[in-house]
Design a protein around this ligand. Structure first.
Ligand code: NAP
Length: 344
């Protein structure tokens, strides 16, 4: 356990103060010891850190213990056309997708290039191009933070929703230890969004879809690569709002031209947060000192260097107010906030 460890370098934004205490978790036993130790210290707060790609840390840091999940392992099994893989929480998500695609299995190819760890994937039920990780999750092995016992949760018990799960709603309840996925061996890739169809030929393989998705994400500065000169973000800063048809109609009436709107099975309508931001007058590339909006994607707030989390929050409030004033829609921030309340 190390004292006063700067957390900025563990986040893609490169912002935030130190953790009072910090430990790397290489195996499940270390995790239980860490949690028991914190419990013995007057229930010191504990934060479980994954890839840091969806995380905003306060400038003051975190007055508790940060446990960085670094467990590794991918255990593959085949059974009647299904490829099952149990993935340790500390694995990098995109490495898992690459491995699964190289085995010609379908189910997560559209989730290529999403940053972060495998253990974080179920938390916000990562999704892209019409595919969601919830649809292939068979089990999530967790440590119950109350009993300090392991449990297996099936997909129903995870209460998955749009970018939502029990892990997001009850953040201090479980630590995800591993995720078991069920993929279709030699299955057909899922290609639902026209944007993806447009760049693929006939009969694409899962490998073709992976290449195309990574290329699309790269174009939108949503792919984290070492050599990339683009400033880093925490991915989409706001979720796409889901509203009633009446609200969507009222918003559409306020703008010239067509508004992107996507009907959901429950009768409500999903709106595109990035589109609302741009139509509220905040263009791609907009800057507020050391932070700004990505020049490639209005939904990504970026840190150009030399800034603080306070700068980022000022920008987030500015974007939020612009959309609220123009359309009456309150955007909801997507990242996890550590050491501070969710802004706006
Ligand atoms: P976009 O094309 O600017 O469209 C804006 C939003 O409209 C998207 O977020 C998407 O919602 C929705 N949308 C677009 N086409 C749709 C369709 N045919 N049917 C239903 N909904 C549709 O989107 P973008 O920001 O560039 O992102 C493209 C894809 O990459 C999206 O699926 C997005 O979710 C995904 N992505 C995911 C993450 C993440 O998981 N953190 C980060 C970046 C991008 P959905 O987001 O619900 O798909």
């Amino acid at each position: 356990m190390k004292p006063s460890v700067a957390l900025a370098r563990f986040t893609t934004l490169g912002l935030g103060g130190p953790a009072a205490l910090f430990a790397e978790i290489e195996e499940g036993g270390d995790l239980v010891s860490g949690l028991e130790w914190a419990r013995g210290k007057n229930s010191m707060p504990v934060f479980i850190l994954g890839g840091g790609s969806n995380l905003v840390v306060s400038d003051e840091g975190f007055a508790g213990l940060v446990l960085h999940m670094r467990t590794r392992g991918r255990d593959f099994k085949e059974n009647a056309g299904e490829l099952r893989v149990e993935v340790a929480a500390g694995e990098t998500w995109d490495d898992v997708v690459a491995d699964v695609v190289s085995r010609d299995a379908a189910g997560i190819e559209c989730l290529s290039g999403i940053p972060g760890s495998a253990g974080a994937a179920p938390v916000q039920n990562i999704g892209a191009y019409g595919q969601e990780v919830a649809s292939v999750i068979r089990q999530v092995r967790v440590l119950d933070r109350i009993s300090l016992r392991e449990r297996q949760l099936d997909a129903t018990a995870c209460c998955f929703g749009y970018r939502d799960s029990i892990f997001k709603r009850e953040p201090d309840r479980f630590v995800i230890l591993s995720v078991t996925l069920g993929l279709a061996k030699a299955g057909r890739p899922s290609v639902r969004y026209p944007e993806l169809m447009a760049v693929l030929g006939d009969n694409p393989s899962v490998a073709d879809v992976r290449i195309a998705v990574r290329a699309l994400r790269r174009k939108k500065a949503m792919l984290i690569e070492e050599a990339d000169p683009e400033p880093r973000s925490a991915g989409s800063f706001f979720t796409n709002p889901i509203v009633t048809t009446a609200v969507a109609d009222a918003i559409a009436a306020r703008v010239d031209g067509d508004m992107p709107r996507y009907p959901l099975p429950d009768g409500r309508v999903k709106l595109a947060a990035g589109w609302l931001i741009e139509r509220a007058g905040i263009a791609k590339g907009f800057r507020m000192g050391p932070v700004g909006v990505s020049s490639k994607h209005a939904l990504a707030l970026v840190h150009h260097g030399g800034g603080t989390t306070a700068d980022l929050l000022r920008l987030a409030r500015h974007v939020h107010a612009a959309v609220r004033d123009r359309f009456g829609v309150a955007l909801v921030p997507e990242p996890v906030f550590l050491g501070l309340d969710r802004p706006t």
